[in-house]
Ligand binder design. Sequence first.
Ligand SMILES: *Cc1c(COP(=O)(O)O)cnc(C)c1O
Length: 389
Amino acid sequence: MTKAFSHLATRLNDLALQGLYRSRRVVTSPQGIELAIDGEKVVNFCSNDYLGLANHPDVVQAFKAAVDRYGVGSGSAHLICGHSAAHHALEDELAAFTGRDRVLLFSTGYMANIGVISALLGRGDAVFEDRLNHASLLDGGLLSGARFKRYAHADVADLVAKLARSSGNKLVVTDGVFSMDGDFAPLDTLAVIAKNHQAWLMVDDAHGLGVIGKNGGGIIEHYGLGQDDVQVLMGTLGKGLGTFGAFVAGSEILIETLIQQARTYVYTTALPPAIAEATRASLKLVIAENWRRDKLQKLAERFRQGAEQLGLTVMTSSSPIQPILIGDSQRAVDLSNSLLKAGFLVSAIRPPTVHQGSARLRVTFSALHELEHVDQLLDVLDQISAGRK
Ligand SMILES: *Cc1c(COP(=O)(O)O)cnc(C)c1O
């Protein structure tokens, strides 16, 4: 007889053999373009802190002042006694920023996605998801109990065919900026299609908010889409905004529905109020400082051109996410390890995060990088991929 759970050790072993084993590195510095990892200094090219706000003095100061006022813990869920003036003010400011009627804060983006889709859909309904959607959107769709349809990446014709064959309430769900590829969803077309099929459109703009659009309004600003086009907008606070948490923006009816029915909202502790105050400070910087977005554009362009010249396979992306396609998982890991030895932190992204055979180095930029950092990275990539290092 086999011992209970004896397959766990076997499975871990298999992961290691396939180059799919994941492990953590211990960071001992604040976030920034230079990180201290296991006692070594490295240049950071894998963070989602695109605007460089995670350790900005204004944000840090707002956090400290709020801790003095509110303490650390929020005490309970929002519906009990955990909804502070700090949370409330941030919701109002995010609603104004996104041009939506109302906003509801969630403790994480993962929870927001699961809560929203499950609150809006049930048996007899249908959810349509881009194949490359973030795991939390896929999980939300599966958990909702609605019929679950995945369409080919950004493939509008495939989506139309699937919508035409479905009944019940329909929700089309997509990343705004795809997290592992960096490309934009064809949102203008998706909005029209959704309307034609009486579906709602939900966009997860985790990687666009603060970063894309002239004023940092994200993918909806890029395409100029209002609340009638994108009925459900989800944004995260732990990426471009540099703090932690997430929100959903939309109509009064949507937000009230979520307050009553989103289980990941109702049954969880509210974010610490100091996180909300820190995010208010970071939102002010996002709005005021266009140079951060301009700089990101320049850095990404310089990198793309340089990488193409080196014969590396860059992907179609006009965001600060600039992956280099490698293919084989073990090779991606080896390259990432060689880069680390040379002082550059670039993460290898492997299945199941991306499709089999599409392992990649996911290079991301921060507004705090300089063009010299990009040139140094290109230089070392050239040496490593040519086997000179
Ligand atoms: C990071 C991410 C999330 C999850 O947000 P958290 O706040 O980190 O839980 C959801 N969707 C996308 C597209 C993401 O990249």
